[in-house]
Write a protein that binds this ligand. Structure first.
Ligand code: N01
Length: 566
């Protein structure tokens, strides 16, 4: 890429004094996190000519794919969609080898992007942000890290990931267990050897469903501690041939158009018919066809399958029959069968998940029947049994959407803390900004649609919008932007309204924060669809960033200076 390509001329407006600091510990912007959203944001802000520093707690780029190295980890959205769309050159040169990329391949892709766009020099790895406060006099954020450094910048971005704050349940006796303990979201970099061991796995969400069959292949005994059974759809992994890869890469322009038109940010061949507009034979045939092909396309077989109650009951019954077919013991099959509606929780893809429970070395423990009472030095106890174990894997998910942001210990205007501002749940405008926290921006956080589909599609749109917003501020010499209290409240209402139209607000899940004891139970992601969200954001920008207030930079600012690189 040439320098000319890298620079957006529209954004090359005079840099005002507020944005330019000589101090080596200062920059125009600080980004927290070098996952997929942080990397693209860094690239865009560099294109605008800003000096940027990124703090990343991991030892490399990749975010969730740096940490989630558990056996079987791969993306459940097909690689074609789960990839950046901002660079046609990147699309042409990167070849995905599998339908759903494995963790290693996605991490390699993140590394390739960081190198290709020369992003690494701006990232400080192994550096965790522990606190940040807004200095009102200087109108800039002061950020503290665990390496003792303080860094200042007018603009602060949290690209901390929606699912990055691992949740290890505070079980009695947790610290007394003498064996190995691992969490899927913070997996060791060295291979973990379960051969010959008695392994307990707590949790049967997306991470657990991928981990369980892999551990069961190795371990002497695997005990699966299940609190809520899931609808697990077949993924149908496969290699991508050279021809298919070439076809995808040459068709990307059309594919991205399809992708952007999908409410979930990935294309899953939505069927054109309503469930009961076709005969029962045709319905069965279509469901069977999609089941065999694998993936989330099953859920889009009919336009109203997840919203029409009768249709949902019939589709759920189809999947329940598949569970019975896969599991030899009808009692175990019954325990693996969900009682909520299909699609009411985030769907899960698996690879011979149900069949794993036919293995003689696998035991399903139903925590609804016998809850965990605690850990001992040699294992895990439920209300009815004690299970001696050599290793425990917590596939217990995350303090989703808010956990990582709360851990930044932000202090905004007038010393207000993010903990106070969000005491009743995460209020914000468009998922971007919180009243009282000028120039602090979030990506893929609460109020954004990111986790309701392909996160990369969503964060690319969010980054583009934020980069335009920053360019607007520079053009108009604006020092700060902040959402109003009214617009935060209005967005909470919009998010609730959109959630009310889906099944997902009807059952407990991490969308509502109900997996974390004491967390306010508020539906957090925006569920109105990626396209609707994009239109709302674009209209706000076109309307001169209505819903936000700006403050002007001091008049004495010099006309123009080149931004330093950090
Ligand atoms: O976490 P989860 P996850 N005692 O919260 C159980 C993305 N993701 O890491 O359902 C006993 O879904 C909990 O039980 P319950 C994806 O967006 C994507 O699996 O709360 N059990 C549940 O079974 C996904 O949705 C990919 O009753 C406890 C499990 O632990 C999101 O990340 C792969 C417990 C947690 O499931 C989170 O998935 C992985 C306790 N105290 C993740 N606490 C792919 O792309 C929790 N549980 C493939």
């Amino acid at each position: 890429m040439t320098r000319a390509e890298a620079v957006n001329p529209a954004a090359r407006a005079p840099v005002n004094k507020v944005y330019f600091m000589q101090n080596s510990q200062s920059s125009d912007a600080i980004i927290i996190g070098a996952g997929f959203s942080g990397l693209y944001l860094l690239h865009k802000l560099r294109e605008l000519g800003l000096s940027v520093v990124v703090f990343e707690r991991g030892g490399d780029v990749g975010g969730t794919w740096y940490w989630n190295r558990y056996p079987g980890a791969r993306c459940d959205i097909e690689s074609t969609w789960y990839s950046y769309s901002f660079s046609p050159e990147l699309e042409r040169e990167w070849k995905w080898s599998q339908r759903y990329a494995k963790q290693e391949e996605i991490l390699a892709y993140a590394g390739h992007v960081a190198d290709r766009f020369a992003l690494r020099p701006f990232i400080r790895f192994n550096t965790r942000v522990d606190g940040a406060h807004f200095d009102e006099r200087a109108q800039e954020w002061v950020v503290q890290t665990d390496v003792g450094a303080t860094h200042r910048a007018p603009l602060l971005f949290a690209a901390t990931g929606p699912l990055s704050d691992s949740n290890v349940p505070p079980l009695p006796g947790l610290n007394t267990f003498a064996g190995e303990i691992h969490h899927t979201g913070a997996w060791p970099h060295q291979a973990v050897d379960f051969a010959g061991k008695r392994v307990g796995i707590v949790g049967t969400g997306s991470s657990g469903v991928q981990t369980i069959p892999m551990v069961a292949r190795q371990a002497a005994q695997t005990f699966v501690f299940q609190r809520t059974p899931q609808f697990v759809l077949p993924a149908e992994h496969r290699e991508v041939s050279e021809e298919e890869s070439a076809r995808i890469r040459s068709d990307y322009a059309q594919l991205r158009t399809l992708q952007r038109s999908a409410p979930t940010g990935f294309w899953a061949n939505p069927g054109p018919h309503r469930f009961f507009d076709v005969s029962s034979e045709e319905r069965a045939e279509e469901l069977e066809r999609r089941w065999k092909n694998g993936g989330f396309a099953f859920l889009q077989a009919f336009t109203d399958m997840l919203t029409n109650e009768k249709a949902n009951v019939e589709a759920s019954a189809f999947v329940k029959r598949k569970i019975c077919d896969a599991v030899n013991d009808p009692e175990i099959a019954a325990r693996l069968t969900p009682t909520f509606a299909l699609g009411a929780r985030r769907p899960v893809l698996g690879d011979r998940y149900y069949e794993t429970f036919n293995q003689t070395n696998v035991t399903l423990v139903d925590l609804k029947q016998e809850p965990i009472v605690g850990l001992t030095t040699d294992g895990l106890s439920t209300s009815q049994h004690h299970f001696p174990l050599d290793a425990i894997v917590f596939a217990t998910g995350f303090d989703a959407l808010t956990g990582a942001i709360l851990k930044l210990n932000l202090k905004g205007r007038d010393g207000i803390t993010i903990q106070d501002a969000w005491a009743d749940g995460p209020k914000n405008t468009l998922g971007f900004m919180v009243h009282g926290f000028p120039n602090f921006f979030m990506l893929a956080g609460p109020g954004s649609p990111a986790v309701r589909g392909c996160v990369i599609t969503s964060t690319e749109q969010q980054v583009d919008w934020l980069a335009d917003c920053v360019a607007h501020m520079r053009r108009h010499r604006l020092a700060t932007i902040e959402s109003t209290a009214q617009s935060d409240q209005a967005w909470v209402e919009t998010v609730n309204e959109a959630a009310g139209t889906t099944l997902t607000s009807t059952v407990d899940s991490w969308y509502l924060g109900s997996n974390i004891p004491g967390k306010p139970k508020v539906f957090m992601p925006y569920s109105g669809g990626f396209g609707v969200y994009r239109d709302i954001c674009d209209n706000v920008a076109r309307g001169g960033y209505e819903r936000f207030t700006f403050s002007k930079a001091p008049a004495a600012a010099p006309a123009e200076q080149a931004a330093p690189s950090c």
